[in-house]
Design a binder for this molecule. Structure first.
Ligand SMILES: [Zn+2]
Length: 379
């Protein structure tokens, strides 16, 4: 028997799928596998083809093309089944609130709701059921993927984009109605290592080099206006996430973020230049900077395929939604997928306040998101 979008959402949030960064298992928690198995069962029940669950925690399925539409591009949709480890995710008790003709769903305030990203899961499932039951509207092949452990950064570690076989795809993991995202940060991690010269403080004059003070000097050389707490929109930053050490040695960790690739590279060069200056000042290789790129702005990839964004905008408008294009101040699985050759913007789910106890989702917006997917596929 078919379920409404609302019933689906309530059913999926009942699964405790909180991911666990300390687990080496894939998926990291058994609740995720349980929900993936449930979704596989439901997909088979609605007549999806090629329903496959691998041991790594990816569930994929196909909505076959309508006869005569086999030449259309293959479009993918992805959502993640796990919820953030930042807050409890078990025994979710959804609360309903009527608000201007809409139903807003929250938890009871003691747990996450899990709209991130079970709203996305429910939206894709509802759209899939509709499409399979309405072959007559005419559409090309659609590929579906449900992933695990997105919240702990492992969401697409082993995802085989080539085997997935879509020409382009969308993650359904965004926020409020209309959000459409295809720009994210370029991201690097930096480790700054400082070697001091430890001398007995009584005889230290002119000889001691206190690594802790050099660390402070290093950090003070970075612009105070370029920190997460002082930036927004397209403004990048240096984010000191860790500092520890002794007189003899210190270590700092930074996140480097910028939407613009040129400015991103300049930020990395700034860190190296500060190290060079301090090495000149104190003599020798006192300060070293190790940089590692983490992910890049998907705009570089998606920008070469403007039709992927245009298609989503057109589909939203046809669903009565005004597209709101916003830069993501972080990364998405779609960013990494884009660099695997699968251009992958992010669509709204209608959820808000993700990763917090006040997480909520609008039922009306969820319905429009499902309609957006249907419109993307048939346009
Ligand atoms: Zn998410």
């Amino acid at each position: 028997m078919s379920m409404t979008l609302f019933e689906r959402f309530l059913r999926y949030v009942a699964f405790d799928t909180r991911s666990d960064p300390d687990s080496a298992e894939c998926p990291s928690t058994p609740g995720q596998s349980a929900l993936l198995r449930e979704l596989a069962e439901e997909l088979r029940g609605m007549g999806a083809a090629e329903v496959a669950m691998d041991t790594r925690g990816y569930l994929t399925a196909t909505i076959p093309a309508t006869a005569g539409y086999e030449g259309e591009p293959v479009i993918g949709f992805l959502a993640h089944v796990d919820t953030s480890p930042d807050a409890p995710g078990a025994n979710v008790k959804p609360q309903l609130r009527e608000h201007g003709g809409d139903t807003v769903i929250t938890s009871d305030g003691t747990t996450l709701l899990g709209a991130d990203d079970k709203a996305g899961v429910a939206i894709i499932m509802a759209a899939t059921e509709y499409l399979l039951a309405h072959q007559g509207i005419g559409y090309g092949k659609v590929r579906i993927a449900f992933t695990s452990d997105e919240e702990i950064g492992r969401g697409v570690d082993d995802f085989d984009a080539a085997a997935f076989g879509a020409d382009f795809a969308y993650t359904v993991d965004g926020g409020a109605e209309g959000e459409l995202e295809y720009e994210n940060f370029n991201a690097a991690g930096a480790i700054v290592t400082i070697h001091g010269r430890s001398i007995h403080p009584g005889e230290a004059k002119g000889r001691m080099i206190n690594a802790l003070r050099v660390a402070r000097e290093f950090d003070a050389a970075l612009p105070a206006a370029e920190r997460p707490e002082t930036t927004e929109g397209y403004e990048g930053f240096f984010h000191l996430t860790r500092l520890d050490g002794t007189v003899a040695g210190a270590r700092m960790e930074y996140l480097v973020r910028d939407h613009d690739r040129g400015r991103f590279e300049a930020r990395k060069a700034t860190l190296a230049a500060i190290a060079a200056r301090l090495n000149d000042k104190y003599g020798g290789e006192r300060v070293s900077v190790e940089l590692e790129d983490q992910y890049f702005n998907m705009r570089e990839v998606v920008g070469r395929h403007p039709e992927v964004v245009e298609r989503a905008e057109k589909a939203m408008r046809a669903a009565g939604v005004i597209p709101i294009v916003k830069p993501i101040r972080g990364g998405t699985d779609g960013a990494r997928l884009s660099y695997m050759g699968l251009p992958c913007p992010n669509l709204f789910t209608g959820g808000e306040n993700f990763h917090s106890l006040s997480e909520s989702v609008s039922l009306a917006a969820m319905r429009k998101a499902a309609l957006t997917i249907i419109n993307i596929v048939k346009s």
